[in-house]
Design a binder for this molecule. Structure first.
Ligand code: DQQ
Length: 646
């Protein structure tokens, strides 16, 4: 006989639960908070679901990761139009001389999931920038001009896959709400017939704007071209003129025709000229060429390189900018002097991640040297340990800050993208400053304007999450969230503990299922009741034989979806935690993108997640603690996020 609801309620309230569960504290909501009050019937249902969730947690967290088939056939198949679902995607971009623009899922054609329109519709984001339809990649020429933020981007207007790229264009007053404008530059000249590729904008002292971009010529040679607004008094910069003398730069001797792209914003030299850098490679050494110019039409190649790192391969989308040693403001790209360090960032064609390093720039030689050669560009720090590529910063003179944009690709199949009718988006723009405390990394944080979308705050204070337990955070909906949280591990346990697991690695150690003494603990986002699908974002604290702690910040997608034709990697890295600091994380959940920031933005992870069940009202948020030796105490603020106008 089936148990009635009241039987279930009684059994739950009178028996000891098979896990440790601290009920959420009452009365912690601020005035005006509309978190619903539960009737006892609702409470019973709630507890039943907690019970089921925890039972599943034990099963799921303890289970093995998904088994990936080997020996995939990743050879190209023809045709994209009307592409059947069960195909392996084409390689896109490489043969044109640019990095791979197609995501090759680890799983083969036989594993295609029967995606419904409802599931695919849910994936479209609510407060991230994306064009209305079709394919998008790198941000181009971001700038604040005459009262408007401009964002140009690599855009394929004819299909949701990479192809003949033009410059899409949108404007915003606040970096969050956007107005889409006509295509800024088409492939209408021999010198950009195969693509109007990535480039950057420079504001001249008279306030006028110039743009340098890479054109892929009719013969797929990479050249640099000059363009400027047809009407500088038009704040929307609708019409663009290409300089009749283009190309202004062709690959120099010794550089391959397909290894010369993505000019930076120009900065001033001590002699009053403009200087730019362009990514390339020689054999396997990634390099950044340096050119000086007075008029953006004729250029002089400097003898030395800005920088080179052996073994890193082709450098795409190089970025170069100053950061203040003391100040909190961002700096115009031309600022130099004793109070300044310089960042070099390059997008590695070989592994498709954005790496940066902090160092010293010698303006007379046009040469940059990393502070720590063991953390050089391409072998050390990354902007983001998830999906994050081809990023570009600009100096926002409106708010004296340096703002970072980045392309976030899809990690589902092209067949799904074709069904959705769109592919890729931009990460939420982030401010960049030097980490004043460590002096050895930057801090990235979502621009303050994103906070304007926050609504319906729910506060959970001092929630004790016992070892091996899961706490549902009851929210009206969980697909659009801004989560800000602090965690404390039990100090006495940490002191007492006598283990050494310092060699932890987010990706290699089984993700959130791997239990250690002091981790993992954090959130499960986009979680289905019962954890049939969930994406843990978490800390893992490791103690060394010397007694020192090392903290890792990870995001585990291995159980994010029941579908097999999506990426299920586990991402993450070390995050510096200084003496006296609490463990802090912020997570922006926006449908199929989850952006996570640890310790105020020292380490960041962007995930793309494609659940089949944890969508719409079935997406939930949980706190979890899978550490074996410690409870954790969490204080959490969660806002629902309004949709932006995009
Ligand atoms: N994307 C552009 C290139 C750049 C690459 C082509 C990086 O200019 O190197 O779409 O994603």
């Amino acid at each position: 006989m089936m148990a009635s609801l009241s039987d279930v309620e009684n059994s739950i309230t009178t028996s000891t639960l098979p896990y440790s569960y601290a009920p959420l504290p009452n009365g912690e909501q601020p005035a005006g908070n509309d978190r619903p009050v539960h009737s006892s019937r609702k409470t019973a249902l709630f507890l039943v679901s907690v019970f089921l969730a925890v039972a599943s947690l034990v099963a799921l967290f303890a289970g093995n990761g998904p088994v990936l088939p080997k020996n995939l056939n990743t050879s190209a198949v023809p045709s994209t139009a009307g592409m059947p679902e069960k195909v392996v995607p084409l390689s896109r971009g490489v043969e044109k001389g640019v990095s791979e623009k197609s995501f090759h899922p680890l799983l083969g054609a036989d594993n295609s999931f029967p995606w419904s329109n409802n599931m695919l519709d849910w994936q479209r984001t609510a407060f991230h920038f994306q064009p209305k339809k079709n394919w998008m990649n790198d941000p181009n020429g971001p700038v604040f001009y005459n009262g408007w933020y401009h964002l140009f981007y690599q855009y394929h207007p004819d299909a949701p896959v990479w192809g003949k790229i033009v410059w899409g264009h949108a404007v915003s007053k606040d970096l969050i709400n956007w107005r889409h404008l006509p295509i800024a530059m088409e492939t209408d000249e021999w010198y950009d017939e195969q693509g109007v590729w990535t480039g950057s904008a420079t504001i001249l002292p008279n306030g006028e704007l110039v743009v340098l971009y890479t054109g892929s010529t009719n013969e797929s040679v990479q050249v640099q071209n000059l363009a400027y607004p047809a009407d500088p008094s038009d704040p929307l910069l609708i019409k663009w003129v290409k300089y009749p003398g283009n190309p202004v730069l062709v690959p120099p001797p010794g550089i391959d025709n397909k290894d010369f792209r993505d000019p930076t914003t120009a900065w001033k030299t001590p002699e009053g000229k403009w200087r730019i850098t362009i990514g390339s490679k020689i054999n396997k050494t990634g390099i950044s060429l340096v050119y000086d110019t007075e008029d953006f039409k004729t250029f002089e190649l400097l003898d030395g390189l800005l920088h080179a790192v052996p073994g890193t391969g082709m450098w795409e989308c190089v970025d170069f900018y100053p950061i203040s040693k003391q100040g909190e403001n961002g700096l115009d790209t031309s600022v130099d002097g004793p109070g300044v360090k310089h960042v070099v960032k390059a997008s590695m064609d070989d592994d498709r991640n954005d790496y940066y390093a902090i160092g010293t720039y010698d303006a007379y030689k046009g040469k940059w040297t990393p502070d720590n050669p063991t953390l050089d560009v391409g072998i050390g720090l990354r902007y983001d340990y998830g999906i994050y590529y081809a990023s570009k910063t600009f100096y926002d003179q409106n708010k004296q800050r340096r703002v970072l944009w980045s392309w976030i690709k899809e990690t589902d199949t092209e067949a799904s993208d074709i069904k959705k009718g769109w592919a890729s988006l931009m990460g939420v723009p982030r401010t960049i400053v030097l980490d004043k405390k460590t002096q050895s990394n930057i801090i990235q944080w979502p621009v303050e304007e994103i906070n304007l979308l926050r609504t319906n705050l729910t506060v959970f204070k001092n929630v004790v999450v016992e070892s091996g337990s899961l706490v549902p955070l009851n929210l009206p909906s969980a697909s659009q969230l801004d989560i800000v949280a602090e965690f404390e591990v039990d100090k006495k346990t940490v002191e007492r503990l006598n283990v050494a697991d310092i060699a932890y690695d987010c990706a290699k150690n089984g993700g959130a299922a791997q239990r250690g003494a002091l981790g993992p603990f954090g959130f499960s986002v986009l979680a289905h009741e019962g954890l049939a699908e969930h994406t843990p974002v978490y800390f893992y604290v490791a103690k060394g034989v010397d007694g020192n702690l090392q903290t890792f910040f990870c995001a585990d997608q291995s159980r994010s979806s029941n579908a097999n034709d999506v990426d299920k990697s586990i991402y993450g890295s070390i995050v510096p935690v200084l003496k006296g600091e609490k463990l802090a994380m912020r997570i922006l959940v926006d449908h199929s993108i989850v952006e996570s920031f640890a310790q105020e933005g020292r380490t960041c992870i962007t995930s793309r997640v494609y659940p089949t069940k944890a969508i719409n009202n079935n997406a939930q948020l949980f706190l979890f603690n899978n550490a074996t030796a410690t409870k954790v105490t969490a204080s959490v603020n969660v806002w629902q996020m309004n949709s932006a106008h995009v």
